[in-house]
Ligand binder design. Structure first.
Ligand code: 5GP
Length: 190
């Protein structure tokens, strides 16, 4: 998605060889017009797949997942992050390490909002090592729903997450792929 590449070049801040700060676009401030454009792009890629629900994890995945769900005309469900594991028989739960926060959090999704009849599109902002995505994939699989695909705004393809998800046989679509952040320079996969 060329428009997104342009915005990332203009507004992204390379923090290290591993981390790109995207607060101006994804993780703090949200541009509604750009976000709706991302939603349209994901929706066009999954339009023929009979998606019944879009699922994401709070908080940075919510705007783009909302835009995608709106375009597809289906509900958005966002999994919640909890710092403690509360015994809740009505929730599916996975414990995942957080790439940016350096802590472990529990991701919860109520069984009320996902069922074995669902065809799920999982949307998230960034994939790095893939821990968050792996947790969500497990929750979706345990619910009995079908995971149709994963849509990621920014795939850092020099880290293992995207490849690992695809190796599980899961369709993963990313809007932009970054192959390197070396020397403070953002390099996209053309
Ligand atoms: P993973 O679980 O794939 O290692 O990391 C995924 C989550 O960590 C993303 O949802 C994102 O919020 C955060 N994250 C990972 N890498 C980066 C990065 O380079 N920049 C920012 N801003 N967040 C990141």
């Amino acid at each position: 998605m060329e428009l997104l590449k342009q915005r990332i070049l203009e507004e992204g801040v390379v923090v290290s060889n591993q981390v790109l700060k995207l607060d101006a676009l994804l993780n703090h401030q949200v541009d509604p017009a750009l976000t709706m454009e991302m939603g349209r792009e994901f929706a066009s890629r999954f339009r023929e797949d009979g998606i019944t629900r879009v699922v994401t994890v709070e908080s940075s995945g919510i705007p783009v997942a909302f835009a995608t769900a709106y375009e597809l005309g289906v509900p958005l469900v966002f999994a919640r992050r909890k710092k403690t594991l509360l015994a809740d028989p009505e929730a599916l739960c996975e414990r995942v390490p957080s790439f940016t926060k350096g802590i472990v959090t529990d991701i919860l999704l109520s069984k009320q909002f996902i069922s074995e009849n669902d065809r799920i599109l999982f949307i998230d902002d960034i994939i790095a090592n893939g821990d968050a995505a792996r947790g969500l994939v497990k929750i979706i699989q345990r619910s009995g729903a079908e995971l149709v695909g994963v849509g990621i705004v920014v795939e850092k393809s020099f880290q293992a997450g995207g490849k690992a998800i695809r190796e599980q046989g899961i369709r993963l679509e990313s809007l932009v792929r970054i192959v390197s952040l070396e020397d403070g320079k953002i390099t996209f996969d053309e």
